[in-house]
Ligand binder design. Sequence first.
Ligand code: NA7
Length: 530
Amino acid sequence: MERSVDIAVVGAGFAGMYMIRRAQQLGLSIQVFEAGDDVGGTWYWNRYPGARCDVESVEYSYSFDDDLQQEWEWTERYSAQPEILKYAQHVADRFELRDHIQFETRVVSAHFNESSSTWTTKTDKGDVITSRFVVFATGCLSSANIPHFPGAETFSGSTYHTGQWPHEGVDFSGKRVGLIGTGSSAVQSIPIIAQEADHLTVFQRTASYAVPARNETIDHEYVKWVKANYKQFRDDNRQQSAAFGSTTPRGDKSALEVSREELWSDLESRWQRGGFGFLSGNTDFLLDERANELAADFVREKIAQIVKDPATASALMPQQILGCKRLIIDTGYFDTFNRDNVTLVSVKDHPIERITPNGLVTGGVEYEFDTLVYATGFDAMTGSLLKIDIRGRNGVTLADAWEAGPVTYLGLTTAGFPNMFMVSGPGSPSVLTNMIMSIEQHVEFITDCIVDMDKQSRTTIETTSESQSQWVHYVNAVADRTLYPSCNSWYLGANVPGKPRVFMPLIGFPGYVEKCNEVISNDYRGFQFA
Ligand code: NA7
């Protein structure tokens, strides 16, 4: 295909899909390229057993169309992957989005042409698209991180990564399974794999904090109330730091101000209620190490109560700051370690040495299994962008521009790359929020900006090095006031060897939106136009 459009977009997850809807409404021509054979992004790829959203269904959904949000019926408090994918497919059908998407096509390069102020995007299918704007809607958690273990290629059984799960599923019955990792993907899949497999060995480097989801059939009375008040409900959620959870009871005291008895009773009721509200009872769990330690203690006590074997319980007790890696919302995770067919192996002090034809070796001991599951996460936030040969002014590559870590203005743009936008890029609230709210806000910023430029006959928009340096400084200063930067999380890029250590997401959705609105009302302060 050789074509010229207003906007070329990479990725047909929730961000790429809403880009199309806005372009349709504003009369802009758009071409989206998607590597998968359908829409859905994260929810297209992450089909591992137990994959489920940790934000409640009535919140983790588009707000842009009231008929859509009134008519769609969720079945569970937290939706499982197949239902979210079905929702994405429904949205694509309802708004005829697929007409603008070329599936099974990977973008290999996007280059800015200074003479024409246009972008040329090329794909692995030989397509060449010229566009005024290019938008990367590539997702924050879409580039699989598979550690390089010596001997990995010699393993004689089947190997899977949770984020690249086969569409036909995996039959674990009668199999001995080895699973590396204990992040969200592992915590969700372990209880289900354990039920199916002959034996499951979990290789844990860092123990994780998990609180129960208490997932259940959706409460129809609650849904009725939400639907009757959807606009207000969304507005209230947009006022929350993470753009969800407005109906969660919140406390306004420090955890250090209340008695241990009072604190434990509140944490217990939150543990019983399930979900992220566990941390909403007091103001300083993510600000003060002493407060954090109290909540951490509570979770460790729970682990001790649930897990019968004291040595296993002790190995499962996390010691790092609670919440500095994303808190995990689980269903039966700790209890799974009471099963006879599940073994926990700590690789903290004895990193995995090598993979063998029959399993893997750690601490000089070989563990044997037939199937290996990597639940080892993602090269988050920048991985998918940096896999594409993106070049801005003077042929400078994005990889070079971001050599010392990603630098952006508002998480939307980067200096030297005119008319290029990222949806939920590093430096925006993205992964610390309800992603769909963040995506909607970014897509609206981008499309409104294009319309404003057209009205004023402006050809290019570009941020400056100064604006982006100040922004990166601001993002890190906000993070430094919290406990977030205190452990080796993927928020910092610390899960990928050699990746620069920079805190990537901005904490606080309402403050961010206010800043974006100020930028717009000051004629896009921090940007230059030509
Ligand atoms: P995560 O949260 O990044 O978890 C990856 C896990 O894999 C984590 O337990 C890692 O241990 C472990 N890991 C990674 N590399 C290794 C090596 N080399 N050896 C042993 N263990 C390793 O990814 P998920 O897919 O679970 O979740 C990602 C997000 O998706 C999640 O936060 C939600 O937002 C949804 P580590 O902790 O680094 O010691």
